[in-house]
Design a protein around this ligand. Structure first.
Ligand code: NAP
Length: 485
């Protein structure tokens, strides 16, 4: 693979929430890796901000620790780390107070791109945006990056959008969904729209159904009280799974352009059918040996929040009528996996009936682990003995197929942060898209809340509750086995 790292223009990235978990786990390591790759200019600066009373050295210690923990040893180079740290500084600021803002204004450069990264809880987005404006810091060269969750329902999302719109134009706002930064997600668009092979088949005539799975092996330990107010539907479906569904289902935009692409995704969300209660399964994991149950993790014995949800979703348009999209996501499942499976229909007639049936083709788009795609095709088993048919995958694991020896594919955050600096909003959610996603999600949640249903329980280390299997069995279909390669 030819590595093409094009340096970006110089920037000041002001990281609110610089002492937090996300900054340590993702943002600071991603900036360092871009620095190491030669993409971050030597005069670009990272200015941390949070309430903690730290000086520049104190913050650099935090950054050093974060790089020690979250950057792989092969990429930790002492000299490079020190050079990177020299570009990092810190200003104590409480988003809700007036102190510190003038110092920040003085520190940032007029002629550099300014990216304000809100890696803080959503209740702080409004106060931060307001103070950036009132202290004259938000100018036309400013960009704003906001983390999920973007609201908890349509009303709160609208309020957040309105708050941000008071100080920033939509063209300055970058709402992160890190799934969109994954190599595979962009490859899904490349496969669909840069090849003649797939697009003619990408419709209700040839596709039987689509499955989207995001399964995790972790539970909610440590963030149980936050999660308990959210649940799988709000935490995963409204954003990540919805984005994957949109990219799979959307029409080709006229150009690979941020607004054209987001227009097409929005059309998909608006074409989603309402979901009836028979088409939703919610689950909660049970205790298993030493492992606590969901309600123990959430410290809420009466919790009715779902740690798993599966849905059958219809899209009312010409391309997708009668093609169900099955979505599922859950915690404490048997495997950590994110994938989209396009299940094609059977051939209309088999000429090999005496020799074993051919299996319908499927295209699997893997986001993790091992980002890549595979296409299952039926071939003849090699050797004598007649036409024995077998199904084999044509595997394209990106790291194997394209990457230089052993090189890791850049983390989604690396790409997304550099896109912010370049002013490319293609892989970020637009305000109307987020609101439309909530407008579809809200009635589903309201319906089960009104019924007061308890989620079905499921054993840890499985693929979720039995009821989720039944959701597909009743349509004579089955989920792809999580353990299947
Ligand atoms: P966290 O560990 O609790 O960190 C929150 C940060 O905000 C800290 O740096 C905190 O520092 C700062 N802060 C809190 N109140 C503040 C105030 N009034 N003024 C200025 N700074 C303030 O949270 P996190 O896990 O990093 O998450 C940050 C955001 O990213 C949240 O919206 C979260 O939902 C989202 N997110 C996190 C992850 C993840 O893996 N952690 C993944 C996806 C999305 P001080 O206490 O020093 O002020």
């Amino acid at each position: 693979m030819v590595s093409r790292t094009i340096p970006v223009d110089t920037f000041d990235l002001i990281l609110f929430g610089a002492t937090g978990d996300l900054a340590a786990r993702k943002i600071l390591p991603s900036l360092y890796r871009r620095f190491l790759a030669g993409q971050m200019p030597e005069d670009a600066r990272v200015i941390g901000a949070a309430r903690s009373e730290l000086d520049d050295e104190g913050f650099r210690e935090i950054v050093r620790d974060a790089l020690g923990e979250f950057v792989s040893p092969s990429k930790r180079d002492g000299d490079t780390i020190e050079k990177f740290l020299a570009q990092c500084s810190y200003i104590p600021i409480d988003a809700k107070e007036e102190a510190g803002w003038d110092a920040l204004k003085e520190r940032i450069r007029d002629d550099a791109i300014k990216a304000f990264y809100f890696s803080v809880g959503p209740s702080i987005f409004g106060p931060l945006a307001e103070r950036l404006r009132s202290h004259g810091i938000a100018g036309p060269k400013c960009r704003l990056v906001v983390e999920k969750p973007f609201g908890t329902d349509l009303e709160t999302a609208r309020k957040l959008n309105d708050n941000l719109a008071e100080s920033f134009d939509e063209a300055q706002i970058y709402r992160i969904d890190h799934f969109l930064g994954k190599e595979t997600v962009q490859n899904l668009m490349a496969v669909r729209f840069a090849n003649v092979l797939f697009e003619p088949l990408w419709n209700e005539r040839y596709i039987d159904h689509v499955q989207i799975t995001v399964s995790e092996t972790v539970g909610v330990t440590g963030r149980g009280s936050y999660y308990d107010r959210s649940g799988a539907m709000r935490d995963m479906v409204q954003n990540h799974l919805m984005q994957l569904l949109c990219l799979t289902a959307m029409e080709p935009p006229n150009r690979y352009d941020a607004d054209m692409l987001r227009d097409e995704k929005l059309k998909v969300i608006r074409a989603l059918d309402p979901v009836s209660k028979e088409d939703v399964v919610r689950g909660q994991y049970k205790a298993s040996g030493e492992q606590p149950s969901y309600v123990q993790d959430a410290e809420n014995p009466d919790s009715r929040t779902e740690s798993f949800v599966a849905l059958k979703v219809g899209i009312s348009n010409w391309r997708w009528k009668h093609v169900p999209f099955y979505l599922r996501t859950g915690k404490r499942m048997s495997r950590r996996l994110s994938e989209i499976v396009i299940q094609f229909k059977e051939t209309s007639h088999s000429i090999f009936e005496r020799d074993g049936l051919s299996k319908a083709n499927s295209l699997t788009i893997r986001l993790q682990p091992d980002e890549g795609m595979d296409l299952s095709v039926t071939i003849k088993e090699p050797g004598p003995g007649g036409m024995r048919l077998v199904n084999v995958p044509l595997d394209m694991t990106f790291a194997d197929a394209l990457g230089p020896d052993g090189e890791e594919i850049p983390d989604a955050y690396e790409r997304l942060i550099m896109d912010v600096i370049r002013g490319n909003q293609t892989l970020f959610m637009r305000g109307d898209e987020v609101e439309a996603a909530w407008a579809w999600t809200d009635p589903i949640i309201e319906e089960w809340e009104a019924r007061g249903d308890r989620p079905a329980s499921y054993s840890q280390g499985t693929s979720g509750p039995e009821e989720a299997l039944a959701l597909m069995h009743r349509d004579n279909r089955r989920w792809r086995d999580l353990e299947e390669e």
